[in-house]
Design a protein around this ligand. Structure first.
Ligand code: DGJ
Length: 740
């Protein structure tokens, strides 16, 4: 660890030709200017900078578009007391503000010592430049409490990963009441607009917008898990300056699947700060001497190309840096899932019949959902007993799996490992294994309680159960469900002062189980599902290959759900099923082609009851699955352009996926309802190579008869395409292939 005095390695780099003042090579992830005490991280089109001011505070300086290599991103000069009530410590933007010394802005750290002191003031101690970023060490002015700030800059996207570790080196324990990963400061503007994601079961992923004004907006989950109500993602753009494809957007997402909080504050002097980390609600984490606590990672990015540009950066970053397998991850196979067809009434002949039909339309993975185990005939019993129900599968799962494999498909299985029905053998044997306060009622959600994964015996039990299941059966995929939030969050086996550690240890053990399971079964793929889209975040995404955005499978509702989802997360992870019509959610009737075109914008699944399909349905499905396979690489790995939003009562919507080499594009166009004889505006495409020639092909629906069969990228982007859609819930899909 070097101190502020420049270390020898950095001196050498400076002599080798670093830009004036900077140590470290131009273009390196992180550089430091010893004269001005400024740190700078550069990646993609982004520069992020902060410095150490004369008070020893680590002061935020700049976060935005990339600066010239030799440019100064500002000086770390602390802001003077604004008045006797707004002291310097509150008005100076800090990288990691701690609750103490008269500070009133949102803290990243708040602690309590056994002697009653609840004050912490952090000062810079030292730093280290790493291959990908920086590590700074801070210390309280009086006590042996250290904080390590970690910065990792992604060279391609400019997305910065920030996290913090607090370490107790004192001789007494200390209680951590609040720990964030980072505080992020935006340049002063008066027109900021916050965009965030909210929703509820079967109505997830609604994009909400509100002005950033003096005061605070809190996005959070107090539920023990990620939650449907808010998603741990935010974006801030500028009203009247930014739109879908232009203008600045600052955005971020927390990699944490437990209770979390992101607060967006505008302080009394107009500075906007975003603080994200563990939710301090009901939080307390006691650190014994020598112990430390690490925050989740808060990823932060910037785009000068509007919300669409921000989304595309996030999508690429997720695909390449977050998801298992990274750029080498296999494409999502077309799956069939039995849930909406059978619910709990699964058995061997019924599943075989569905599998035989699914195979005829090109399905690649057959997934049996809930109901295959224990006494699970409805949602009142059996959860926790992960042994095959012999009344439904007299010879175990093998005959079904063999049949599925023989039909050329992989086999996947539904599990909900963290849960238990009170009416189960597991609960009867281990009533103490659930999260509970011993003297209090145990509140049920969907007739189930939650196992306390923070307990090592529970953790080990779950790993063994899952490991046995996957070892003993030819299972390629688990759909990992999670259908309730926490209640009575007790961990009675721990000393009272340590019981709230459950908020952290539960999630860590969940991650541990999945990581260990994957280590033992490297080919196994997993979907994160949580009563719909309740556990979608960058933490679980590092361990799972795909996620389930919503139990709402109505193809029209899905357009807005998918639109919201893709603001934050990659289409490659977004599973979309074609189900029965009228849909169970709203009784809306849509054509099979419409349902396919809605679902083909992510990972395609089919969840309809194939026993009710007619010959023409199978023919349509076979054709659409085949079409999907010609464009899925573009949809899953390409750049997404949300051409026309389905939100705010829009009459129509359209998305376009363009392959990274711009050789192919897939266009999906929808009309909700046409009125009178209103003409539909032409659709202008984006992201194509203007000089290349693209041949147009309809997957379903049609373009206006006068449409050219082929034209330049410039033509499709400038002149555009007239799509012939009239009526209610109409859709068309097109492929544009570049000619050689
Ligand atoms: C909730 C999921 O979101 C559904 O897809 C289905 O798996 C059910 N749980 C099964 O109980």
């Amino acid at each position: 660890m070097s101190s502020l005095r420049m270390d020898r390695r950095l001196v050498c780099l400076a002599l080798l030709g670093g830009a004036a003042g900077w140590t470290g090579q131009a273009g390196a992830a992180a550089r430091y200017d010893d004269k001005t005490k400024v740190f700078r991280l550069d990646g993609g089109d982004v520069t992020y900078a902060f410095g150490v001011n004369a008070q020893g505070q680590v002061q935020s300086l700049y976060w935005g578009g990339r600066l010239g290599d030799g440019d100064s991103p500002g000086q770390p000069v602390s802001v003077r007391d604004h008045s006797s009530v707004d002291l310097s410590v509150s008005v100076t933007p800090q990288e990691f503000p701690a609750q103490g010394g008269g500070m009133f802005v949102e803290p990243a750290l708040k602690v309590a010592w056994p002697d009653g002191v609840r004050d912490v003031v952090l000062k810079y101690v030292s730093h280290r430049v790493t291959d990908q970023g920086l590590i700074l060490r801070l210390k309280d002015i009086e006590r042996e409490l250290y904080v390590e700030l970690r910065y990792v800059m992604d060279p391609e996207s400019g997305i910065l990963a920030r996290s913090a570790v607090v370490e107790n080196r004192a001789k007494t324990p200390v209680r951590i009441d609040q720990l964030a990963a980072a505080a992020l400061t935006l340049p002063i503007e008066t027109d900021y607009r916050l965009q965030y994601l909210t929703g509820r079961w079967a109505a997830e992923w609604t994009v909400e917008t509100r002005p950033v004004a003096p005061g605070s907006t809190v996005l959070e989950s107090r539920r023990g898990d990620t939650g449907h109500q808010n998603n741990p993602w935010f974006a801030i753009d500028r009203d009247g300056v930014s739109d879908e494809e232009t203008g600045p957007v600052w955005f971020g997402a927390l990699a944490w699947s437990g209770s979390w909080r992101i607060s967006v504050d505008q302080d009394t002097l107009g500075k906007v700060r975003v603080v994200g980390g563990f939710n301090p609600f009901d939080f307390a984490y006691r650190l014994q001497p020598g112990q430390s606590l690490e925050s989740p990672v808060f990823y932060a990015g910037y785009s000068g190309q509007g919300m669409g540009g921000a989304s595309r950066l996030m999508h690429r970053f997720q695909r390449e840096k977050i998801l298992p397998g990274g750029p080498k991850a296999p494409l999502r196979p077309v799956l069939y899932n039995s849930w909406e067809a059978t619910e709990f009434a699964v058995d061997e002949p019924g599943q075989v019949a569905l599998a035989e039909k699914a195979a005829t339309i090109g399905v690649e993975r057959f997934v049996m959902d809930d109901g295959w185990f224990g006494a699970r005939n409805n949602d009142k019993a059996g959860l926790g007993d992960w042994t095959v129900n012999r009344a439904k599968f007299p010879n175990g799962l093998k005959p079904l799996i063999d049949k599925v494999r023989g039909l050329g498909m992989e086999f996947g299985l539904w599990v909900e490992p963290e849960m238990v029905n009170p009416d189960s053998d597991l609960y009867r044997a281990h009533p103490d294994w659930v999260i509970n306060f011993p003297t209090r009622p145990r509140t049920q959600g969907r007739n189930q309680l939650m196992l306390n994964l923070a307990r090592k015996d529970v953790r080990d039990h779950l790993l063994k159960v899952l490991d046995d299941l996957v070892s003993q059966n030819d299972i390629a995929f688990l759909k990992w469900d999670h259908n309730r939030n926490w209640s009575e969050p007790g961990w009675p086996e721990q000393p009272v002062e340590d019981q709230q550690k459950i908020y952290v240890e539960f999630v860590r053990n969940l991650y541990w189980i999945i990581a260990e399971l994957r280590r033992r079964h490297p080919k196994l793929e997993i979907e994160s599902c949580a009563g719909g889209g309740g556990r979608v975040d960058l933490g679980i995404m590092a361990l799972t290959d795909q996620v389930w955005p919503s139990d709402n499978t109505d193809p029209f509702d899905r357009l807005t759900i998918q639109d919201g989802f893709t603001h934050a997360y990659a289409p490659a992870t977004m599973m979309c099923w074609v189900t029965d019509s009228p849909n169970w959610v709203n009784k809306r009737t849509t054509s099979l082609e419409y349902r396919f075109l809605s679902s083909m914008q992510g990972g395609l699944g089919i969840g309809a009851n194939l026993n009710h399909w007619k010959d023409e349905d199978f023919a349509t499905a076979k054709k659409m699955v085949a079409e999907y396979k010609t464009i899925r690489k573009t949809v899953q790995r390409g750049d997404l352009y949300r051409l026309i939003s389905p939100r705010d009562g829009s009459e129509r919507s359209a998305t376009l996926s363009v392959s990274p080499d711009r050789g192919q594009a897939a266009l999906f166009a929808f009309v909700h309802s046409t009125t009178k004889l209103d003409p539909l505006p032409r659709i202008q495409l984006r992201g194509l190579d203007p000089k290349a020639t693209y041949r147009l092909r309809a997957m379903a629906g049609a373009a206006d008869p006068a449409t050219l069969a082929q034209a330049s990228g410039a033509y499709w982007m400038e002149y555009g395409l007239d799509v012939a859609l009239r009526g209610d819930f109409q859709a068309a899909g097109f492929v544009l292939d570049a000619t050689a």
